[in-house]
Design a protein around this ligand. Structure first.
Ligand code: ARG
Length: 306
């Protein structure tokens, strides 16, 4: 409809142009003509729709095999939580002001030591779209009991970091979603991302952000495997267990605080926070993650105030 009116306007303007000698000056006509053209352009180009949480801006074909490099911008909610200038843990952007990570990553609560680096891809090379933000506040869950033996892991290993200024969001730095329903995710595949060590014995962190697909194991099943491996422990409902009976794929040191991600209808949600494990990728010993849905109301309570 709008376009038709504009077309009619344009046509009448052209007719007027032909009657030009009748006018003392054509300047007015020219101005009108350009205004019409601009209007037409504005209606022809659809306004870009704002993207919601958990949406990737940069899309590329990229498979997850055994554990491999992500591409730059593939998981834009992933941040590096840096301590004294070095990568210390992973984390995810919740909104402009808040990052979710593991409590054991920030348990000394000395805000001055920490920095959040967003838009990061290469850990050891400057990325032109990465940006650092100072931390203003650390909120550790009240049920966190400090680093305790895996056997007593009832721990709320979850924390929130507030940046001193708003983080600038773009295709390389974007908030993640939260799981909407209370499903257990048992039997589903999820992806864990991080700059952590590539093997248990490695001395260094990975340079490019890595991803690996792992299977979510039902808690009681996971507990049985741990027992078979000689580790008797309770895997409570506040944890998600993910990996394989034969091991081989897992998070490792340096991945802590980073997200376990689940994709639903093209939207990524953080369903777990890398918390602990026995070694890395060992048989019968899958990784343990703080279950985000268990702490969802706690997270929302603190982050909605901004
Ligand atoms: N706590 C470790 C860290 O400092 C991560 C533990 C994850 N381990 C595992 N096997 N999933 O980064």
């Amino acid at each position: 409809m709008k376009k038709r009116i504009i077309m009619i306007l344009l046509r009448s303007l052209m007719q007027l142009q032909q009657m030009r000698p009748l006018f003392a000056s054509s300047i007015i006509l020219r101005v009108c003509f350009s205004v019409c053209c601009c209007c037409w352009f504005a209606t022809a180009i659809p306004a870009t729709k704002p993207l919601g949480c958990g949406k990737q801006h940069i899309l590329r074909n990229s498979k997850v095999v055994g554990g491999n490099d992500t591409y730059d911008g593939e998981f834009p909610w992933t941040v590096s939580v840096r301590r004294s200038g070095q990568h210390h843990c992973g984390g995810v952007i919740i909104n402009r002001r808040w990052v979710l990570t593991a409590a054991h990553c920030v348990q000394n609560k000395i805000v001055k030591q920490y920095m959040i680096r967003i838009g990061e891809y290469h850990l050891n090379k400057p990325d032109y779209h990465s940006k650092d933000y100072a931390v203003e506040k650390i909120i550790i869950h009240d049920d966190y009991q400090g680093v305790v033996k895996v056997a007593t892991a009832n721990n709320a290993d979850i924390a929130l970091l507030r940046t001193t200024t708003d983080m600038s969001l773009n295709e390389y730095a974007w908030p993640v979603c939260f799981p909407t329903d209370d499903q257990s995710f048992a039997g589903k595949d999820a992806i864990v991302v991080g700059w952590g060590k590539l093997t248990e014995k490695s001395e260094v962190y990975s340079d490019k952000l890595q991803k690996v697909k792992i299977s979510i194991i039902e808690n009681s099943q996971c507990q049985k495997w741990f027992r078979l491996a000689g580790r008797d422990m309770l895997i409570r409902e506040n944890l998600i267990c993910a990996g394989y009976r034969n091991g081989g794929k897992d998070a490792c040191h340096g991945d802590s605080g980073g997200p376990l991600l689940y994709k639903m209808a093209d939207k990524w949600s953080v369903i777990g926070v890398v918390s602990t494990g026995v070694g890395c990728a060992r048989p019968l010993l899958p990784g343990l993650y703080s279950r985000v849905s268990f702490y969802k109301s706690w997270i929302e309570k603190h982050t909605s105030k901004n």
